[in-house]
Design a protein around this ligand. Sequence first.
Ligand SMILES: Cc1cc2nc3c(=O)[nH]c(=O)nc-3n(C[C@H](O)[C@H](O)[C@H](O)COP(=O)(O)OP(=O)(O)OC[C@H]3O[C@@H](n4cnc5c(N)ncnc54)[C@H](O)[C@@H]3O)c2cc1C
Length: 504
Amino acid sequence: MTPRRPFRVVIVGSGIAGLTAALGATKRTVDGAPVEVTIVTKAELAESNTRYAQGGIAAVLFDDDSVESHIHDTLAAGAGLSDRAAVEVLCTEGPYRVRELVALGVHFDRTDGELSRGMEAAHSRARVLHAGGDATGAAVEHALVAAVRASRIRVLENHFLADLVHDDSGVTGIEVIAPDGTLGRLDADAVIIASGGAGQLFTHTTNPGIATGDGVAAALRAGAQLRDVEFYQFHPTALAVPGNFLVSEAVRGEGAVLRASDGSRFMPAIDPRGELAPRDVVARGIAKQMAARGGEPVLLDATALGSGFLARRFPSISRACADRGIDWSTTPVPVTPAAHYWMGGIRTDLWARTTVPGLIAIGEAACTGVHGANRLASNSLLEALVFADRAVRTLGTTTPAAPRPVFGRTTGAASFTRGDLQQLMWERVGLSRDRVGLLHAASVLDTWRIEPTTIADRETANLLDLARVIVAAALARDESRGAHFRTDFPSPELTTRKEAVLAC
Ligand SMILES: Cc1cc2nc3c(=O)[nH]c(=O)nc-3n(C[C@H](O)[C@H](O)[C@H](O)COP(=O)(O)OP(=O)(O)OC[C@H]3O[C@@H](n4cnc5c(N)ncnc54)[C@H](O)[C@@H]3O)c2cc1C
């Protein structure tokens, strides 16, 4: 008897979502055929947003906690737009997936042998596991990379997803650029997009350079529906130096304060909770202060906390400051808000299937509906784990093809740089938006055109495609909700419109 041809899965991306899916898929069969997995990743295997995650992973693992409480907190953060069924899946299956990470060898921090847990903003219980103090993502990525290296999974590092190959039946493979610049093709029975977010859309971002939204843009071009793209979460405090290293909220939780360049505190006048007001309130407070002072960053003053405490409690941030020649135990550090997490992405069902047959999306590139208009802290690593597992459990099943939006590329002729795009997005489509600014952004984006010849140009072209859909969705949402703040509609829920439909 001739052996059955393997079921070929191509996974784009090697963060927590892609690596988890790869490890799970190799254990599966589809209609009796083994699954053959190829990971395609544009840098070295470990490079990803995942490796920079600091705070941790939220999951219900302790007796005084409950799945209902985690569901409640996630729905509250989502500001009425989360999909309840997806949230229930996340919070119910999350604990099992986190235990699997522990079994794989992720060393979460422990106290007296028991898992330690942190309390984070908007969680009603302490339920956030962390590793290496503030180096959770590095610990997770390290363990997953080691497991993949020890497996028979084929890994193509420094290979760039250029586009999806698709026909009337759906997605049938990918176009990929090898390190020598040649454009090739990988055929697949299923393509899993796990290519992360698009923080590089904005001047300031906590995301590394890889976060250019390539997978989401390729899915859009292949006719996949996107969802909730107008919702981008900005972190209030990143170092205002190149790289925008994240300075965790916990630093303010421990007593650090924000000061204008003249040394005065400004947050108490904005909100009675001062520096501990909700993330978006603090971020907008800082942005307003910066705008009033010609873009000059504000200062985060942690000097009262003492050098010993800072080094022990925040080893990664202390190292990042030292690497940049700053001693934050004696000198307030310059900080800026920064684009941090994209709630929107490729629309999926509860099994990570997109609206295009053969195309699956997981992790930050996907929009499962879990986060709604705003993400609850430490839910994103969990979402990637849970839906990566679900994706591989349904390999080989198909979804009925949904109507495909027709994606019109820009017809403009003006050349532009990535910096121009980032500045436009930062100023007009960032923490605060209004109709006039969004219309201006839309008209400028319409005039821009890029004929990509290099990989960097392809990334910029992807960012342009995504900027256009984000602006269209932000214009369509005439309200302030979650991370989307419209100064011309400052009160939430002024319209009944729940979801902006993207077809451009
Ligand atoms: C500084 C920071 C701190 C964070 N802290 C937390 C936290 O404490 N808890 C939490 O839950 N979340 C946190 N997050 C968010 C979380 O880290 C991400 O949402 C999550 O890691 C995304 O995982 P992913 O696997 O979907 O994508 P990523 O980890 O971003 O991986 C994407 C992968 O796709 C590859 N790729 C991209 N484009 C292409 C292409 N064209 N071709 C081939 N490969 C491509 C990249 O190289 C990369 O390997 C943090 C994020 C940042 C930036």
